[in-house]
Write a protein that binds this ligand. Structure first.
Ligand code: ADP
Ligand code: MG
Length: 454
């Protein structure tokens, strides 16, 4: 006979699986709500999607030049030296990666930009780049910016755990240029300000004319796509080209069913009431969601029954990371030894196999929901551009969540297949690496070439 506690656990898990499941019908519903918000965002009406103009169209693949690129994501800062050969090929000749310490994410804006300038200086020293020689810098800035030109734009609001003061409402390019001056890096001039999604799209587009959607799935999630200017009703002055890339800021999409766990996670975040889709999909939040669900099972006396006062061990935010989840899900050993080790190491908890199995199932349901919602968002944009799916579309995806999470990319592809059937063959999902930084260099080159043409 099965002991009653394990059948109660099973019942709870089955209930959770239903709660977290996203059906194809849910996705169809999501797509139509996405379209409403896209439409409203493009017209400057009330919408959870900001639909921000980028002031560039896609690359022809023929632009040339050598650029320094700086990519500020959610967790890391990368500095690169990029050469564009004019024939669809890009070369990264130097790259340095810096972790952004929390003290700068959440301190003063001046300290954050001084830290960025310091990283550029360190990069220049490491790779023997003379910082006094004139050099164009392409900046990838992965936060919502109200752009007014290719190299001007103000931060609307911080996301992904950043709260640095005195930056919202200010021109990011000006702040960086001032910090470069303070660090006496006089040769470096900011040539373009780019969202990481735009960089990702451009990077792939340089060699692939079918690429028209750029997606980020890392610390946060967001996307951009190629829009017809006639549909961007909020443009104040006539656009210089027929098409323009739109940064959707889709992480803020909010027409989604939220479970009580989502509401908990939102309340515990630094930006409650915002970024609903991001909180269900992206790397910064998935581990925390697992911890919150675990807490509920623990408090219902369904897990770790051999450990007294176990809930206090799981109380603190941050104990489960998204990388841990991926590890946990990939454990195929009969007794889930990796999961056992994780629980011992991270929480000091001894577990039975059924506890480990439950944790694995929770990771599975949280990450599957994330991937399916991610696929739904992609499908919404593809159908907006091409309702009948007549043309080929390459979807360029950047971010460690997509790249490293066990089974994540496969679930996205499978969901698109389930949604579109054979027509899904028109879609190719391509992972790009350092795409956003290289792409910023391409944006700078496109901007320079359209200035020459003008
Ligand atoms: P950023 O978003 O800062 O540009 P990344 O694209 O590298 O940086 O994404 C970092 C995020 O990816 C981390 O916050 C984490 O959530 C997730 N991540 C990192 N490594 C892994 C991994 N091995 N498996 C799953 N997710 C991971
Ligand atoms: Mg990134």
């Amino acid at each position: 006979m099965v002991p009653s506690s394990s059948s109660a656990l099973e019942r709870f898990l089955v209930h959770l699986e239903a709660l977290f499941s996203i059906s194809i019908n849910d996705i169809r519903d999501m797509i139509s709500r996405f379209h409403e918000d896209m439409q409203n965002g493009l017209a400057d009406k009330d919408s959870s999607l900001k639909m921000l103009p980028s002031f560039v169209d896609v690359t022809t693949g023929r632009e040339q030049g050598k650029f320094m690129a700086l990519d500020l994501g959610g967790s890391n800062l990368r500095v690169l030296l990029v050469t564009l050969n004019g024939k669809g090929a890009t070369e990264v000749s130097a790259v340095s990666k810096f972790a952004v310490p929390e003290q700068y994410m959440q301190g003063s804006g001046t300290a954050l930009f001084d830290f960025i300038a310091e990283c550029i200086h360190a990069f220049a020293l490491e790779h023997h780049v003379d910082p006094r020689k004139p050099r164009n810098l392409a900046l990838t800035f992965s936060f919502p910016v109200n752009q007014t030109a290719v190299k001007a734009g103000t931060l609307i609001v911080w996301t992904k755990g950043f709260t640095a003061t005195g930056v919202a409402g200010k021109d990011i390019v000006r702040l960086l240029e001032e910090a470069l001056k303070r660090r006496q890096l006089y040769g470096i001039h900011v040539a373009a300000l780019t969202n990481d999604t735009v960089g990702t799209l451009m990077n792939r587009r340089y060699s692939d004319p079918s690429c028209d959607l750029g997606v980020i799935m890392g610390t946060g999630t967001n996307a951009c796509y190629r829009e017809v200017c006639g549909r961007i009703h909020k443009l104040k002055s006539p656009a210089p080209h027929d098409h323009m890339i739109i940064n959707m800021e889709w992480g803020n999409f909010d027409k989604l069913y939220q479970t009580g766990y989502d509401q908990n996670l939102d309340a515990l975040s630094v930006n409650p009431g915002a970024m609903f889709l991001e909180k269900m999909v992206s790397g910064m939040y998935l581990g925390e969601m697992v911890r919150i669900v675990l807490m509920d099972l623990i408090q219902s006396d369904l897990l770790f029954l051999d450990t007294p006062d176990v809930s206090s061990l799981f109380e603190k935010s941050g104990g489960v990371s998204t990388a841990h989840m991926s590890e946990i899900q990939s454990d195929q050993a009969p007794h889930l030894d990796k999961v056992d080790t994780f629980l011992k190491k991270s929480f000091g908890v001894g577990s039975r196999v059924q506890d480990r199995r439950a944790l694995q199932r929770i990771c599975q349901m949280v990450s599957t929901r994330a991937a399916r919602l991610g696929a739904g968002a992609m499908a919404a944009v593809i159908t907006w551009m091409d309702p009948q799916l007549i043309h080929p579309h390459t979807i360029a995806v950047d971010g460690s969540l997509y790249e490293k999470y066990t089974g994540f990319a496969v679930t996205i592809a499978d969901t698109l297949k389930a949604l579109y059937g054979e027509k899904a063959d028109a879609l190719s999902l391509v992972q790009t690496q350092d795409g956003s930084g290289v792409g910023a260099a391409i944006v700078a080159a496109v901007a320079a070439s359209s200035r020459r043409q003008a």
